[in-house]
Design a protein around this ligand. Structure first.
Ligand code: ZN
Length: 243
């Protein structure tokens, strides 16, 4: 089975469509595994949810998804994120709100565990260092863990009980084998690794092999919609820089 792994779409429909197009060219997929933050920041929260629902979908909750439906409070968000959360909440219909509110924090799919942040703190912790990786490996009951939240693509595999981080190369097939891995596919709708191009992964779940790809999209079109919605300028500008 081929799973399309998407994280942090952040209501960026142009980025999402570009990823779909690229994934289809590369052989398509059977299911979407969505690692959370489908909404928040961007101008098309409702459309992004509806688009995902056209496919076989497994999704977990992100902090922005929870905040948009009032399940977690946005008090620790910065002002721009807070403004976007409030705006997002007003864009969703009852069905879309129910869907976000019902998302699980963690989902196990065969050998893969899906979570937005970390297993220790599913919607809040950024898994980026040894300490946070150790915390998740201690709780991980499957061989592989897929995370998002930081919008930073990486690979991390366990070597003699220690997490070892490495770059997640583009367009290269990574065989996961018998080791335990924590993997972040990078962000679709608001990349933060100083590269504005949406990042995503496709996993062959039978062979346990994963590839990461990047695409280009019409950033100006997304930004124009954000301006029309009077979303914070900071959120509009960062899309140019991948920050
Ligand atoms: Zn996010």
């Amino acid at each position: 089975m081929r799973a399309l792994i998407l994280s942090d779409i952040h209501a960026n429909l142009e980025a999402l469509e570009a990823v779909f197009e690229d994934a289809q060219v590369r052989g398509g997929f059977d299911v979407i595994w969505c690692l959370g933050d489908t909404v928040g920041y961007g101008p098309d929260p409702a459309a992004c949810i509806e688009r995902l629902l056209e496919f076989e979908l497994v999704a977990v909750a992100g902090n922005h998804d929870c905040a948009a439906v009032g399940l977690s409070d946005a008090s620790d968000f910065n002002d721009a994120a807070k403004a976007a959360v409030q705006w997002t909440a007003n864009q969703l219909d009852a069905g879309q709100r129910d869907l976000l509110a019902a998302l699980p924090m963690v989902s196990v799919q065969g050998s893969f565990t899906l979570v937005h942040g970390s297993l220790r703190d599913p919607i809040a912790e950024y898994l980026l260092d040894r300490n946070s990786a150790m915390g998740t490996l201690a709780l991980l009951k499957t061989r592989y863990c897929l995370v998002g939240h930081s919008h930073m693509p990486f690979l991390c595999h366990e070597v003699e009980g220690e997490p070892e981080f490495s770059d997640f190369p583009e367009d290269e097939r990574i065989e996961l084998g018998d080791e335990r891995w924590i993997i972040n596919p990078g962000g679709v709708g608001q990349p933060r690794d100083r590269n504005p191009r949406p990042s995503y992964a496709i996993c062959d779940t039978v062979d346990a092999a994963i590839e990461r790809h990047r695409v280009t999209y019409d950033i100006a079109k997304t930004q124009e919609k954000m301006r029309a919605a009077a979303l914070p300028v900071r959120l509009i500008e960062r899309l140019d820089h991948g920050l």
